[in-house]
Design a protein around this ligand. Sequence first.
Ligand SMILES: NC(=O)c1ccc[n+]([C@@H]2O[C@H](COP(=O)([O-])OP(=O)(O)OC[C@H]3O[C@@H](n4cnc5c(N)ncnc54)[C@H](O)[C@@H]3O)[C@@H](O)[C@H]2O)c1
Length: 291
Amino acid sequence: MDIQSIGIVGAGQMGNGIAHVMALAGYDVLVTDVSADALKNAMDTIEGNLGRQVGRGKVSEADANAAMARIKTTQTLTDLGQSDLIIEAATERETVKQAIFEDLLPHLKPDTILTSNTSSISITRLASRTDRPEKFMGFHFMNPVPVMQLVELIRGIATDTETFDACKAVVDRLGKTAASAEDFPAFIVNRILMPMINEAVYTLYEGVGSVQSIDSSMKLGANHPMGPLELADFIGLDTCLAIMNVLHDGLADTKYRPCPLLTKYVEAGWLGRKTDRGFYDYRGEVPVPTR
Ligand SMILES: NC(=O)c1ccc[n+]([C@@H]2O[C@H](COP(=O)([O-])OP(=O)(O)OC[C@H]3O[C@@H](n4cnc5c(N)ncnc54)[C@H](O)[C@@H]3O)[C@@H](O)[C@H]2O)c1
């Protein structure tokens, strides 16, 4: 199966990164979002990030310009119907993703592969509500997409080998590395990473350490390049909470109980970098801890 065109649903931080790397690898990209602002911001972000890569000598100016020219945007979801591969990267809520696939189905080519960039939702369940569970799988990029080397490929129970191989070939063409994961809550990376972030929030909640002491402890004491709270802000606290809820519900183990302080930050709309406030306040020159 030869994939030439990629449709991306959701132009947030993941959607714009996916569009960026796909266009640079030579794919034709069509991005959709319900928000016109998100589409405009995504194009600005991609242009800025490509410009930085040109500045660092990683990408030639001609390749960056060609990549920008390969990316088109639309607010009409069904325009994606002619794409060979669709990557859904909308908000991490199952009802949102389900509605997107339902709306897309009548407009798809028979052999279009459907994938989701979900961090945690069951691929098998999302696939079962489509007309092509054998052509459905998880295509899970890491953030920031242009920088991170790994892509988790998640097979649902019905995913066929042809679909898996076609997605693996796309990952190879991107110059990234695929890790194959089975379809259990949060797959591999987030199954391990999110409980650590949640535990860091409990450590803050219980007053064991401040934001700063928790982050510097893990950076200097465990050699992590970023502290867990800084990383949570980077990922988005709503996404972190959604993943903890999926682990808690899906594995029915109290060790995955989301920290009430994480819930409170999300209730406040303090979602991290994307809203300028989370465990740090990003509105000034330098990030200032909020606790
Ligand atoms: N943030 C991360 O570090 C990360 C990493 C890997 C995977 N993911 C996953 O990627 C997906 C997107 O996450 P994000 O961080 O980019 O979120 P985000 O909030 O930055 O972007 C989500 C975008 O989806 C759009 N959207 C919502 N409903 C839509 C609809 N019905 N149709 C079209 N667009 C719609 C929103 O307008 C928004 O622009 C989630 O499933 C998340 O779990 C996130």
